[in-house]
Write a protein that binds this ligand. Structure first.
Ligand SMILES: [Fe+2]
Length: 343
């Protein structure tokens, strides 16, 4: 979409953002883009007074209420686009696809995640498919009719063309969309308001990629930006908001950086990280999620040569190191012992 055209698109002046717990309703953002304030924000692009396209379909718990709201508004869903396959974004896609006879569409990497309970469990960084087979996550698993390719720049559905921005990092292949009237729908790439204040851990798969995507989205022309958790920003607010999101992540990374003073394994780090970030929840599944979260931070620090790993008798310890030490840079942390052992 051209910047010239975007200049002519004006966001509606918002009186107030619905708060968590407020009755679910359709709230106008621009002339054609509205949002539904469920557990997560669902963007609704109105093709006309009777037809719409959903951008993310909301948390599975909101399914009936979103359905009722669209029905009361006289809106027929003509397509559903999803930023990624997490259940609070993709959870109702299959419901609306079935109800309106629509294809299930996902980015290619996200479609792979939904191909089986085992794949979905790996996608979440879990080692047990129990949770993926039951309850809220099970609604995500199943066939996908159409995929968005890794470098696909646009997608046309129901006669409307949306820009596809490949903003990976939160998951393997999460995307953002820009509506024909210039609204960026970014899923979990950015958070705002209370959701950002209360963020306790980086629920992200590849942190370096995610930070680069946050920096990239801040430069994208738009008329407004809708964040699933939870709200929207005007274009002039976007750079500062992206910076604030990155600062929160940096603070979490720094928590782990400060913890590793001596050689520590991930099971030493997790409880200390949880204590430092006020994360409580002692269940085994929560523990596995924390391995995913802390593992992502450790991967980030390893990539930046701020720590190194040493594995002995099956136990990997993480050790602080000086990234400027030429011996570390030249040694190659990953091509080290194991690769040499195979020669
Ligand atoms: Fe997500």
């Amino acid at each position: 979409m051209s910047e010239e055209r975007l200049k002519n698109e004006k966001p509606i002046e918002l009186i107030s953002m619905p708060q968590k717990g407020d009755a679910m309703r359709l709230v106008q953002i621009t002339e054609k883009t509205w949002v539904i304030n469920g557990v997560t924000m669902t963007a609704v692009y109105k093709i006309d007074a009777h037809n719409c396209i959903l951008l993310d379909s909301g948390h599975y718990r909101d399914c009936m209420e979103i359905d009722r709201l669209l029905e009361e508004s006289g809106l027929t869903v003509r397509a559903v686009l999803s930023t990624h396959a997490h259940h609070d974004h993709f959870g109702n896609c299959r419901h609306f696809a079935k109800k309106f006879g629509l294809p299930v569409i996902l980015p290619l990497g996200e479609a792979w995640a939904c191909s089986s309970a085992e794949a979905y469990c790996l996608y979440l960084g879990l080692r047990s498919s129990f949770r993926a087979r039951s309850g809220s996550l099970a609604v995500c698993i199943g066939p996908v009719d159409q995929t968005i390719a890794f470098d696909q720049p646009t997608i046309t559905v129901a006669g409307e063309t949306f820009d596809v921005l490949h903003t990976r990092g939160h998951t393997y292949d999460n995307v953002s969309f820009r509506t024909p009237d210039g609204v960026l729908v970014v899923g979990d790439l950015l958070s705002t308001g209370d959701a950002l204040k209360k963020l306790r851990a980086p629920y992200t798969t590849v942190i370096s990629q995610d930070i680069a995507s946050k920096q990239r989205i801040a430069r994208e022309p738009c008329t407004a930006c809708v964040m699933a958790h939870r709200g929207w920003a005007r274009p002039e607010e976007l750079p500062a908001l992206a910076e604030a999101n990155i600062a929160v992540y940096e603070s979490m990374i720094d928590t782990v950086r400060q913890l590793i003073r001596d050689p520590m394994c991930i099971d030493d780090i997790i409880p200390l990280f949880c204590k430092a970030r006020n994360i409580y929840g002692p269940t085994a599944l929560h523990g596995m999620e924390m391995r995913h979260v802390v593992g992502a931070i450790l991967g980030y620090l390893l990539d930046r040569h701020e720590i190194r790993s040493d594995t002995e008798r099956g136990l990997t310890h993480f050790i602080p190191c000086d990234p400027d030490d030429p011996a570390i840079a030249n040694d190659g942390l990953f091509e080290g012992k194991e690769m040499r052992g195979r020669e």
